[in-house]
Ligand binder design. Structure first.
Ligand code: DAU
Length: 334
């Protein structure tokens, strides 16, 4: 965590709209421990006046832009929010930074956090490199691709000091249970069918969330301006193999027979336009900035499963009506 780092003595202003997936109480401990250096502001990145007021109120020298609508299935169901937040919101932030910094870009930085999905879908071989052509295929990835282009346009046109990262699938504590790994853990806890889309042969490259954080920080500190750095787990798994492994990890933690949860696996209707395979080449980040993944996947999965099993209150608090409606809608229609 940034505020814990000995080489970071600044303040963090956390701007979050707290939509369905946001939960300020996830950061209660941080707020208590760093009350003088952590400021929470609820607001919308599309609200230009509000964003400008933050630049006016605080001396902001760096922006780390992580705000996004991020779930592919939701983008298929309702693309509009993705265009608003990911495209208009990124534009608003970029323009607010440009105006607030007014051409004095010394020691300023705008870092944009993006996704490997902008590169499209791979077949059985090959990797996404930083210079792979963009080929987004869902409303979500198209909106992220647009935002990436805006970031680079601000670099080339206005000289705004930017860096960008494109990361593979994250997992770990606090992930909203709409993504594959926490969905499967929750379904196992509830002893409900485990919904594997299609044949389960799609491949994702998994990275522990804290490794994503250290990579972003490395790029913010040492990355070259105007450059993109890919971040990945170098850890490709077919969904069905991952779900089987997850069943074994949960079974072991809950003292059940190794095969216990596997009988719940259920193949359901596929996601439209489902990207087949993502695989990141992150050599640039490793060789230029000396970053590497810290955790092996077995260890990371165990940590994640234990966190979800131990933090039932957090899960129950976020399972609002909206969450239940989404789960019902997404999975009933499959
Ligand atoms: O690659 C980075 C991207 O990874 C991020 O930019 C996105 O924000 C993030 O949502 C994630 O996108 P995916 O679509 O790959 O993640 P998701 O967890 O939704 O799905 C992972 C795989 O598992 C995908 O092949 C679809 C499948 N799946 C997913 C869910 C939720 C299932 O088979 N069943 C499910 O219930």
């Amino acid at each position: 965590m940034l505020l814990n780092k000995p080489d970071f003595t600044g303040r963090v202003i956390n701007l979050d709209k707290l939509t369905y997936a946001g939960n300020a109480s996830s950061l209660d401990d941080v707020a208590a421990q760093f009350s003088d250096r952590y400021i929470f502001k609820q607001g919308d990145i599309c609200d230009a006046d509000f964003v400008a007021s933050l630049f006016g109120e605080y001396e902001i020298d760096s922006v780390c832009h992580l705000a996004a609508e991020s779930h592919v299935d939701r983008s298929i169901e309702g693309p509009e929010a993705f265009i608003k937040t990911n495209v208009n919101g990124t534009f608003t932030l970029l323009d607010a930074a440009r105006k607030a910094w007014a051409g004095d870009f010394d020691n300023k930085l705008f870092h944009h956090v993006s996704t490997d999905e902008v590169y499209g879908s791979l077949g059985e071989t090959g990797y996404f490199f930083e210079n792979t052509s963009y080929d987004p295929r869902s409303p979500y990835s198209a909106s992220k691709a647009s935002s990436d282009h805006l970031v680079m346009a601000y670099f080339h046109t206005y000289g705004l000091p930017v860096t960008m990262t494109n990361c593979s699938n994250n997992y770990g504590p606090f992930q909203f249970p709409e993504k594959l790994i926490p969905v499967m853990i929750e379904k196992m806890v509830e002893e409900q069918p485990l919904p594997v889309y299609g044949d389960g042969k799609n491949i994702r490259d998994w990275l522990f969330v804290e490794d994503h954080n250290t990579a972003v920080w490395a790029v913010m500190q040492k990355g070259r301006l105007g450059e993109t750095y890919n971040i990945g787990g170098e850890n490709e798994w077919e969904n069905i193999r991952l779900v089987n492994t997850l069943c074994e990890v949960v079974a072991s933690e809950k003292g059940k027979d190794r095969e216990y949860y596997k009988k719940l696996i259920s193949h359901v209707k596929d996601r439209p336009g489902h990207d087949q395979r993502y695989a990141i080449n992150c050599d640039k980040l490793k060789s230029e900035l000396g970053w590497k993944q810290s955790l092996d996947f077995g260890e990371g999965l165990k940590k994640t499963v234990c966190w979800y099993l131990e933090n039932r209150e957090w899960i129950e608090n976020i399972q609002s009506g909206e969450y239940r409606n989404w789960m019902e809608k997404n999975y009933k229609e499959r």
